[in-house]
Design a protein around this ligand. Structure first.
Ligand code: S3P
Length: 429
C-alpha cells in the first residue's frame, strides 16, 4: 500500500492524544504471563503486528491467550504449560519475539523451528544462539545458526556469566530468560545500559533480579506468579509526534501516559539539548515503570552531537531524530550507532537515502550519520522498505515538505503503531 502526506496547513498540529502501548513491555507481558502460574491480565497492550506475532507463537506452544484490542488474558501454567509446537513458529517482522522466545525455548525439552519475514531472515541471531549453545541448548540454522529458519532443541541448561559485546536488551533478556530455568546463576554484563523492562517486570512476577552496575543476574529454578500489567504508551511511538510538534509551525501537542523509563528517554534529552519547547508533567509510577504526560510546541532547534551512552537510550528514534536534525540550525553528528545496520532495515542506509530524496543534506558514516541544517525539504516518492520506523519518519517529513511525500509500503507502520495515520489526521484541524 502507498500513503501520501501533504504539508500541514498554517494552523499546525494541535491536540491531546494517547499513543499506543509500549512494544517492548507488551511482548514481555505476554511471554512472562505464558511461563507464569495463573492468569495474567494486561491492559494498554499494543495490538501491533509484532506483539500479535508473540501471542500467536505462544498459542502455538500450547498457551491459552485471549486478546481483545488492548486487553489480553494469558492462562499461564508454568513452564509445564508449554508444549512442542505442531507448526513452525512465525515471528513475522519481530526481532524481540525471535530473540526473547529463544531464551525460553532453549530450556524446554522439545524441538521447535522459528521463521520470520524477509527482514528477520537477514538479522543476526548468533548474538543469542552462541550464548544459548554455551548454556547447553542445541540450535541450528542457516549460516551456522546465525540466520532464520532456526531450529532449537532445548533441555538441560547451565548458567553462564556472559559478557555481551553489544548493548542489547534483546540479548540481555534472552540470556536472563534462559537463566531462569538453568542450573546455578546466570549473569549478563553489557557495555552500556540497555532498556531494563525485563528486569523490572521479572521482579513484578516475583523473580529476584540482582543488578550491579552493568551486570544483571538471576538464579535458576524460578517460578513466576501471574500479574496484572498496565502498559504505558510507547515513547518510541510518541517520538514521531514529538518531532512533528517541534518542526511543524504553530503546533502544540500533548501526549498523555507516555512511558519515561530512563533507559528509553534519550529522545527527551536530545529534544531538550536541541532547544525544543518540551514540558514534562504528571510524572508517576505505574507497575514499576515511570510514566508522564509530554507537551511539545514548535521550536527553534540547534544541531548537537549524539554519541556514547545515550545511543541505546534512543536507538529506535534515530530515523526521526535525523529528520529533526534537518530542521535544526548547524550540524548534528550521530556516532557509535553501528547497531542501526542490523535493525528492521540497515537504518543508516535507509534513513540517509530516503531523506536525501527529500532534499536533506545528510551523509552516512560507518557508525551513524552527519546532518547539516536547516534545509527546506521537498516532496518525493520514498519507501519504508518494510521498516515501520522509516515509514513513520517519512510521513512526519511529509508534514513540512513543499509538495507531497508518497510512502511506498506504508503498511509496515502497523508493526508498532496501527492507528498512526488516524492520529496524525486528528491533530490537523
Ligand atoms: C528491544 C530492544 C532493542 C530495540 C527493539 C526492542 C526490546 O533492540 O531496538 O526495538 O524490546 O528488547 P536490541 O536489543 O537489538 O538493541
Amino acid at each position: 500500500m502507498n500513503e501520501s502526506v501533504q504539508a500541514v496547513n498554517e494552523k499546525g498540529l494541535n491536540g491531546t492524544l494517547t499513543v499506543p502501548g509500549d512494544k517492548s513491555i507488551s511482548h514481555r507481558a505476554v511471554m512472562f504471563g505464558a511461563i507464569a502460574e495463573g492468569i495474567t491480565t494486561v491492559e494498554g497492550f499494543l495490538p501491533g503486528e509484532d506483539c500479535l506475532s508473540t501471542i500467536s507463537c505462544f498459542q502455538k506452544l500450547g498457551v491459552t491467550i485471549e486478546q481483545n484490542g488492548d486487553k489480553v488474558e494469558i492462562e499461564g501454567k508454568g513452564y509445564e504449560g508449554l508444549q512442542e509446537p505442531q507448526d513452525i513458529l512465525d515471528v513475522g517482522n519481530s526481532g524481540t519475539t525471535t530473540r526473547l522466545m529463544m531464551g525460553i525455548l532453549a530450556t524446554l525439552p522439545f524441538h521447535s523451528v522459528i521463521i520470520g519475514d524477509e527482514s528477520i531472515a537477514k538479522r543476526p541471531m548468533s548474538r543469542v544462539t552462541n550464548p544459548l549453545r554455551e548454556m547447553g541448548a542445541q540450535i541450528d540454522g542457516r549460516d551456522n545458526g546465525n540466520l532464520t529458519p532456526i531450529s532449537i532443541r532445548g533441555g538441560h541448561t547451565k548458567g553462564i556469566s556472559y559478557q555481551s559485546k553489544v548493548a542489547s536488551a534483546q540479548v540481555k533478556s534472552c540470556i536472563l530468560l534462559a537463566g531462569l530455568q538453568s542450573e546455578g546463576e546466570t549473569s549478563v554484563t553489557e557495555p552500556h545500559r540497555s532498556r531494563d523492562h525485563t528486569e523490572r517486570m521479572l521482579s513484578a512476577f516475583g523473580v529476584p533480579v540482582k543488578r550491579d552496575g552493568l551486570t544483571t543476574s538471576v538464579r535458576g529454578g524460578q517460578t513466576l506468579t501471574a500479574q496484572h500489567i498496565v502498559v504505558p504508551g510507547d515513547i518510541s511511538s510518541a517520538a514521531f509526534l514529538l518531532v512533528a510538534g517541534s518542526i511543524v509551525p504553530n503546533s502544540k501537542i500533548t501526549l498523555e501516559n507516555v512511558g519515561v523509563n530512563p533507559t528509553r528517554t534519550g529522545i527527551i534529552d536530545v529534544l531538550q539539548q536541541m532547544g525544543a519547547r518540551l514540558e514534562i508533567s504528571n510524572q508517576r509510577i505505574v507497575n514499576d515503570e515511570p510514566v508522564a504526560d509530554l507537551t511539545i510546541s514548535t521550536s527553534e532547534l540547534q544541531g548537537i552531537e549524539i554519541s556514547g551512552d545515550i545511543i541505546p537510550r534512543l536507538i529506535d528514534e534515530i530515523p526521526v531524530i535525523a529528520l529533526l536534525a534537518t530542521q535544526a540550525t548547524g550540524t548534528t553528528v550521530i556516532k557509535d550507532a553501528e547497531e542501526l545496520k542490523v535493525k528492521e532495515t540497515n537504518r543508516i542506509d535507509t534513513v540517509v537515502s530516503q531523506l536525501k530524496k527529500l532534499g536533506a543534506s545528510i551523509e552516512a558514516t560507518d557508525d551513524g550519520m552527519i546532518i547539516h541544517g536547516k534545509t527546506e525539504l521537498h516532496g518525493a516518492n520514498v519507501s519504508s522498505f518494510g521498516d515501520h520506523r522509516i515509514g513513520m519518519a517519512m510521513a512526519i517529513a511529509g508534514c513540512i515538505t513543499k509538495g507531497q511525500v508518497t510512502i511506498e509500503n506504508s503498511d509496515a507502520i502497523a508493526v508498532s503503531y496501527p492507528n498512526f495515520f488516524e492520529h496524525l489526521r486528528t491533530l490537523q484541524q
